[in-house]
Design a protein around this ligand. Structure first.
Ligand code: KG4
Ligand code: ZN
Length: 343
């Protein structure tokens, strides 16, 4: 039995978790504690790095203690400590990685430096036992990427956004129509009451051979529409949100569809071809339904981990640490000298 403590502080969640891996290779989340700073940042309409770093300093010790406590283990019972080393906001990364180094140094347990994106990429193996290779669609406030996951530490990025991240597009749209931060859930809720055919927003990069995404043109179109009809009634807001969300789902269908075709071309014969979706935007029901349908067309399975494990959390970091350790890729010497990296 291996037990790994995970620490995640790359953005606005202070999180710690203990994940176990038994002899038969079955993982179990023993605890998963997440403290969101959303309230600290809401008044500013987005995450303020300096406030985030201070909040991590104040909260992290207590969150780590809760995670150990809930798991019913002490530091002595651990086989390692994994912490996010990047990418993310540098202040938070320093707090998390230094805390992990201190625990590792004091206890003599190995430290595993984990890339935040690798945490998202491997979560579906923790929750659904998905086998390599698979395709990952990561859609969060900071990232919009399609990644081919061939193995632990073996990733090939197929697509990224050339401007805004998808979550960022939701957040900016929310701001433009006067909905509070974080925008995604509020835009989704408003869209339910709206007429998606009222505004025709662009479908960026449609038909282009490359696999990338672009969302800034969409945001500009939303701004123009909102300015043209201001002041906005509730119905106007709902119609803009519904039209925006339709543009997004149709764009994903076309863009992600190209990646799925390519995946099927490269791997025509694998048993259970899967698209894994991760990141906060994966909470969006309309987007999930679109991806589900799209996967059906390509004879693939959509794997969407539970929302709490799609958004930022430390169980994914502990799990990535275990995967690295099991694969013989967790070098303590390397990790202890690892400097946090924002990019
Ligand atoms: O993964 P996450 O919790 O944090 C990082 O960015 O790493 O993702 C947060 C993003 C925000 O931009 C938020 O607006 C978006 O995910 N989001 C949503 C929904 N829930 C959260 N976007 C669209 N629909 C939602 N239901
Ligand atoms: Zn994330």
């Amino acid at each position: 039995m291996l037990r790994m403590l995970g620490i995640e502080t790359s953005c606005d969640e202070t999180a710690a978790s203990v994940v176990a891996l038994d002899e038969s290779g079955t993982p179990k989340i023993l605890s998963n504690v997440v403290l969101s700073q959303i309230e600290d940042h809401a008044a500013f309409g987005g995450v303020v790095p300096e406030i985030a770093a201070r909040a991590h300093v104040e909260a992290l010790d207590g969150i780590v203690a809760s995670a150990l406590d809930e798991a019913g283990v002490s530091v002595d019972d651990l086989d390692g400590i994994a912490a996010t080393a990047g990418p993310g906001l540098i202040g938070g990364l320093i707090v998390g990685l230094m805390t992990a180094k201190a625990i590792a140094a004091a206890s003599g347990k190995p430290l595993v430096a984990v890339n935040h994106l690798e945490g998202h990429a491997l979560t579906a193996r923790l929750t659904d036992g998905v086998e390599f290779p698979y395709l990952l669609l990561l859609v969060s406030g900071g990232h919009t990427q399609v990644i081919l996951v061939r193995g632990v530490g073996d990733y090939e990025r197929w697509a990224t956004t050339i401007d805004d991240a998808l979550g960022e597009a939701f957040d900016k749209t929310a701001k433009l129509v006067g909905l509070p931060y974080p925008g995604g859930p509020n835009v989704e809720r408003a869209a339910r009451e709206g007429d998606a055919s009222r505004f025709s927003f662009p479908r960026p990069l449609r038909g282009e051979a490359r696999l990338d995404f672009s969302f800034s043109g969409l945001k500009t179109a939303v701004r123009q529409a909102a300015t043209a009809i201001a002041p906005l009634s509730d119905q106007d807001v709902a119609d803009i949100c519904a039209s925006f969300q339709r543009a997004i789902t149709e764009t994903l269908e076309e863009r992600v569809g190209k990646s799925l075709s390519r995946f099927r071309e490269i791997y025509p014969d694998i048993d259970d071809p899967a698209l894994v979706v991760a990141g906060g935007v994966a909470a969006n029901k309309a987007i999930r339904e679109t991806l589900d349908r799209l996967c059906g067309k390509h004879a693939m399975r959509l794997v969407a981990p539970p929302i709490a494990l799609c958004t930022d959390n430390a169980a994914m970091i502990a799990w990535a640490g275990l995967e690295r350790m099991r694969a013989g890729m967790a070098s303590n010497d390397e990790s202890m000298s690892f400097a946090p990296r924002s990019r």
